[in-house]
Ligand binder design. Structure first.
Ligand code: ARG
Length: 305
């Protein structure tokens, strides 16, 4: 398989044909010390023109409970300090995409954030990654304008469970031009999935691979060829009702670190029942203070090796 950008229809391989990939086991969180809602970067951050207000004590408690849930499952949790003037830095999924290359060496592709207010977050994460021995890679900017090359890390980049292939969102935050340059850096095929619903602005709000067999997805938020690809790659996909995937439920922005437990925002009944029926063990968490800014469990952590 070539390391290039594919459309869903071009990508004909089955997961079993792809090289294997080890899942990361380290969790990186960022303290919500400077977390605020200062401008509406996505449609969830305001209603009726007014920005949501964060309850800071409640945000800290929710963030601590998330870290504790990973620790209980046996995942080491690392913590980055928040930085003044970077109100979205707590959303640790976006600043870089850590991976292992074909030879098992650690590398991370640094994000090129779409929102100017978030660009200053990237060096903080790059510093942590470099200190852990990661080669920090940048998307080459040759021949394309800056705005054409945005890429928001794991927010739009989801690895196929256990395999060397990436499912990537093309939408308001990440561009096809950036993904075409990402594939050779990763050394794996990248399949571009077009996002078609404005409330599902990152791929991780409307698609979540859980295990080699199953994934949560929102049909209405993906272009028809992208939804068809999800149904081709996963034997047992779970179509999440739009109402549960939208805020405040944010059901797709869940995370299964081990293919069995699913950390998920509390309360999405149909999704929880679908997970339980397939033998997953949901761990319901309250992340409401972060959903106010358009992110839940998946957005709040970076997985590293
Ligand atoms: N307020 C942040 C933004 O709009 C939320 C980021 C959520 N992260 C995610 N991976 N979906 O950029």
């Amino acid at each position: 398989m070539e390391s290039r950008l594919y459309t869903p229809d071009e990508f004909r391989a089955a997961p079993a044909d792809l090289a294997p990939r080890a899942e990361p086991r380290e969790v990186l969180l960022c303290e919500p010390s400077h977390y605020r809602i200062e401008q509406a970067l996505n449609p969830h951050m305001a209603s009726g023109g007014a920005l949501h207000r964060v309850d800071r004590r409640e945000a800290w408690a929710q963030w601590e409970a998330l870290g504790a849930a990973y620790a209980r499952l046996g995942y080491p949790v690392h913590v980055l300090a928040g930085a003044p003037g970077l109100p979205d830095m707590v959303f640790a999924a976006n600043q870089a995409l850590p991976f292992e290359d074909e030879r098992g060496r650690r590398a991370a592709v640094l994000a090129r954030m779409q929102a100017p207010s978030r660009r200053g977050e990237v060096p903080h994460y790059a510093k942590w990654l470099a200190a852990r021995g990661y080669a920090c890679l940048e998307i080459p900017s040759d021949g394309a304008g800056e705005d054409a090359l945005t890429l928001e890390g794991a927010g739009d980049c989801l690895f196929l469970p256990g395999r060397r292939a990436l499912l990537a969102g093309i939408g308001p935050r990440t561009t096809a031009a950036a993904l075409a340059r990402l594939a050779p850096l990763l050394g794996m095929p990248v399949i571009g999935l077009r996002l078609v619903h404005e409330r599902f602005y990152h791929l991780d709000t409307c698609l979540m691979p859980l295990s080699p067999r199953s994934a949560l997805f929102v049909r209405e938020a993906l272009a028809p060829d992208a939804a068809a690809l999800v149904e081709r790659l996963f034997e047992d996909p779970i179509a999440v009702p739009l109402a549960e995937a939208d805020s405040p439920g944010f059901a797709c922005n869940a995370h299964s670190p081990d293919g069995r437990h699913v950390l998920i925002q509390r309360g999405s009944k149909a999704t929880l029942a679908a997970l339980a029926a397939r033998g997953f063990e949901p761990i319901e968490l309250e992340t409401g203070e972060f959903v106010k800014a358009g992110g839940s469990v998946f957005c709040l952590k970076m997985m590293a090796y």
